[in-house]
Every structure is written in structure tokens, then in C-alpha cells.
Design a protein around this ligand. Sequence first.
Ligand code: GLN
Length: 447
Amino acid sequence: VEYYLDNIQRKQHLNAFLEVWADEARQQADAVDAKLAAGTAGKLAGMVIGLKDVLAYKGHTLQSSSHILDGFKSLFTGTAVQRLLDEDAILIGRQNCDEFAMGASNESSYFGPVRNDLDHERVSGGSSGGSAVAVQADMCLASIGSDTGGSVRQPAAFCGIVGLKPTYSRVSRYGLVAYASSFDQIGPLTCSVDDAALLLEVMAGPDEFDATVSHEPVPAYSRQLEPQAHYRVGYIRDTLERPGLAPDIKQAVETTIEQLRGQGHVVDAVDFPYLDYMVPTYYILTTAEASSNLGRFDGVKYGYRADDATDLESLYKKSRSQGFGQEVQRRILLGTFVLSADYYDAYYTKAQRVRRLIKEQTDELLRQYDFLILPTAPTTAFRIGENTKDALSMYLADIFTVQASLAGVPAISVPAGHDQQGLPIGLQIMGGAFREADLLAFAKHLT
Ligand code: GLN
């Protein structure tokens, strides 16, 4: 704990942590020491973990990096976080992220961008940017983030670490601030696949507080990491032919393909005609869900309240206008538009149908192949400010991560070397629903 506290102190300029729970972490460490001596310590004894600022932890500030939740403290601890504590993890602090997890660069945070430790002028990725940089810069052993359309995997790729999005419903969402409820999943950001497996094993499983959570048994992922001798792997031909794909990233995926073939695995190029529909479908559905989920922040029940309101309606309007940042407002407007009576069928209903099609075709590919491999992101970490002018280009950069989110299947980003500037490249592996054990074993084989 002292080691990490010291690093957090020395690396404050990265802006990864919004709050550090130094005294509590020390007390937890003492309690774990006593349990270790008594032989009663849990599976995560000694693991020092940070939490993205979207996870409820009783008595602690929870703000989703938004002004609108100023001063809000959580009244309960969410299921995933409680399970970490029950296995004697030590929680060291609350991590910066994009406001309400909306973003891919951590630049929409009310508290400012997180800086990549490899190059301070570059972004961390997002939305779990603080969580990724905290692991990258050795400020904690692991972080817990959330992934709606790539928010664990993409910052993991930008920071050269491992990021896992589990199957939708594998981990309870109780105590996770909702962005788009039919996509959101809690997932770990770690230095190794082993740590990701162990954390998933602890967090996953049935929970009476989340009606959507799966009742599939939870395997002991961390003890099933032996790879098989023969895998069938697919890659979508078009993913490697996208115009915006950086040549070094394409090269890294091709190198992996050659290596796998050399080891005797089957690797086939496959066709998937819906690549161009992924991002529009994702943004129609997630903004719709977000506009509904964020309706609860009205200046009355939580956090920030405008002090210049004259009546109830102006209280709502002013609190929301002043409390939400630009990106969140843009998404509420988009979501409200696609749900409006005149446009509902043209956008929302149609996007739901396209989602179903993408899910069915992705599931079909994942019956034919054990895994699909693809880049995590089209570029490595870009410069702070470089993409903030153009929201659309930022959205389009989610092209590779949203497929697993639309289909609800698990996906992991693992480090796959560096580009010519020395920036980390992420390789993404997608697996069949609830086949995290296979996914993790294969990911470990590749790292
Ligand atoms: N960049 C994507 C978005 O802004 C993903 C965010 C996320 O997974 N929370 O919606």
C-alpha cells in the first residue's frame, strides 16, 4: 500500500485518481495481514485495486466525473465491489473517467483529461482512462472499470495493459452508474491475464439485486488458463482493410495471424457485411438508453442544484444545463431525438433490428470459430485535443470495440507490441457468450 501511495503521489500530474483512500487502505492492509497470519485470508488478499468513478462504494463520493453529482456520496456498496472486499482486496481510490463513461479519450471528464504515462501529451483512452493509467503507471495492481462500447478494452490498448469486457450479464450491474443498461458491463484492467481471470472469478455470478444477471455457473477462470493445442480463429477481412487503420496496428494483427498459423492453429479470413452499421447502431441505442437513464439527474435528488432557479422547471433546466458537460448534453439530445414519436421507428426500432442481426451473425461466426481477432482500436494513443473538435470521428474510432458490445459477447484486449513511436498496440479477441474461460486461456497464450 505504501508503495502504491507513493507512486500515486509522485504521478499526480497524470490525473488518474480523483480521490485516494490512504488511511482506509492502510487499515484494510493491516486487517489483511492479520487474516494472512491466521490463515483466513481471501483470494485477493494483498491486491491493491482502484475503482472507476462509476462504482458505488458506501460512504464514498460517487460522481461519474460529472459536475452534476457534486458532493454525492453512495449509500450502498455495489455487488462487484462488495465481492472484492469479501475476498480481502484493498481499495485505494477513485479513478477519473469520461463524464458518465461517455467518451474514448477521458477528455469529457469534469476533472480534465488523464495523461498517458508514456507520453504526457497523449490521451489515456477512455472512458476508463484513469483506471488504465493507474495500472500502467503502477499506482495500483489492478483497476475495475466499466465497458459499454469499449471503455475497458480501448484504454487498456492505449496503455499497454490487459482489459476484459465480460459477457453481458456475467457481472452484476448493481451499484454501477447506468450509461446504456443493455450494454454496460463491469470489467478488470490488469497487468496480466491471470489477474483478469482471478478478478472476473470473484466478481461474476448471480445476484439478487440485478434481475438481468446470468445464473450460469462461474468457472474458476484463474485455474483454467492452459491453452488447447488447436484453435479455430477467424478474422473479419474488412477490419484489416479499413482506411483509418494505422499500418503498424495492421502489421501487429497480421503478425499474430502468422504466428498462430505457424503453431498449427487454423486462422481464416471471414466476411461480415455489417461493419459500417456497427457504430451508427451502437450510438442510436446507447444515446437512447442514456437519455432515459440520465433523466434522474434533475437537480432535486442528487448532487448539484442550480441556485438561480425561479420555479421547478427552471430548476431542472438550469441544474441540467450547468451540471452536465457538452458531450453528455449532446448524447441526451441525440437520444431524445431518436426516441421522439416521429423518429422512433425510423431510428430506434430499426437500430434494434440491426442489433439483432449483428448479434445473430456474430454468434454464428463464434460457433464456426473459437475466437475472432481484430485490432482493439484503429490508432494508438492520440494527442490530447487532437480529436475533440469532431465528435463523429471520435465515435467512428469505436468501430472495433462495439461489435462485442452489440452482440453481448466477451472480448479482451491484450498488448501486442508497439508502433514506431513506441506507443502500445492492443490486440482484441472476441469469444462466444459465457466462454470467458476459453477466451482467457487463449489470451494468456498470446501474451
Ligand atoms: N467510446 C464509447 C462511447 O463513448 C464507449 C464508452 C464506454 O464503453 N463506456 O460510448
